[in-house]
Design a protein around this ligand. Structure first.
Ligand code: FE2
Ligand code: FE2
Length: 292
């Protein structure tokens, strides 16, 4: 592929590269995989499930609540797998492009780490859930075809950043949740550690490429801002998967998804998930007004 119309991306990444080297670990020997997960423990923090805070959660039997934590954990890890596959393939295509020569070293760490993340997320899903949820073909994120080449480059890294920041909100919380089985907590903790570097890098490259967009055509900035807002909403929507409701024995899965997503308690939950990212985007000049 040819990356057109972009200036070399030069970033100060020495510290992040050193941290990647000093924190390097072997994922294939790191985890202690139990044969089975304790039946009475939630697989995902209850306060992070898609029905948390709504009467729909209270109406479930305890059995359904636990089932939902299980299937939403599988959905969350499946989303990670699909997200990683998408972002890795974009980064692989760029790793030896001239414009990215200065960040190529960090991108090698990034790809290596993401490959390992994909492995441990899939291990968890397949060992304990017996499956991955497929990526939802009906809810595709908007196309970026109408944007200039440099804005499309920016969008590639914006999508990676947004995906990683949203996931990290969940990982950071579950990394210390003592109600979870050890293996679930550990996976979240280890992922959170690596992602702190990825998010730091993601923000730097985003600011660089956004600066290039603004320099070429300031009028395109609000257009990319709109795309980014759509992508935030799309990403939140992927956390509500009707298949998880069905698998948990909850009826009317599609209607439930709609009701849950529209519930005021969920709007507050979405604000919490996106708070850090919105603050960053606002400061960078592409965010809507911040929620007080
Ligand atoms: Fe990752
Ligand atoms: Fe990452």
């Amino acid at each position: 592929m040819a990356v057109r119309d972009i200036e070399p991306v030069v970033l100060e990444l020495d510290r992040l590269e050193q941290l990647a080297e000093s924190g390097y670990y072997n994922p294939y020997t790191l985890f202690d995989w139990p044969d089975a997960i304790e039946p009475d423990k939630p697989w995902m923090s209850e306060s992070l499930t898609s029905l948390a805070g709504t009467p729909m959660w209270d109406e479930l039997t305890r059995e359904q609540q636990l089932a939902l934590t299980k299937y939403e954990a599988i959905n969350f890890f499946s989303l990670n797998i699909h997200g990683i596959r998408e972002l890795m393939s974009e980064v692989v295509l760029r790793i030896h492009e001239r414009a990215y020569a200065n960040v190529s070293e960090f991108l090698h760490h990034f790809i290596g780490e993401e490959n390992e993340h994909m492995w441990f997320f899939a291990q968890f899903c397949l060992r304990y859930g017996g499956k991955l949820y497929p990526a939802l073909p009906t809810v595709r994120a908007a196309s970026a075809d109408h944007l200039s080449p440099v804005a499309r480059e920016m969008i590639v890294f914006a999508r990676i950043l947004i995906f990683e920041e949203i996931v990290d909100h969940y990982n950071a919380y579950m990394a210390t949740d003592q109600s979870l089985p050890d293996i679930a907590r550990e996976i979240n903790r280890v992922h959170h550690q690596d992602e702190s570097r990825h998010v730091a890098f993601g923000r730097m490259i985003f600011v660089n490429l956004l600066g290039q967009v603004a320099k070429r055509d300031p009028a395109e900035v609000p257009v990319v801002a709109e795309y980014i807002e759509d992508y935030l909403q799309y990403s939140i929507g992927t956390l509500y998967n009707p298949a998880t409701y069905r698998d948990s024995g909850i009826p009317d899965a599609v209607a439930l998804r709609r009701r849950a997503m529209e519930h005021p308690a969920r709007a507050e939950a979405h604000d919490r998930v996106l708070k850090r990212t919105r603050k960053f985007l606002h400061k960078a000049g592409v965010g809507r007004e911040l929620i007080k």
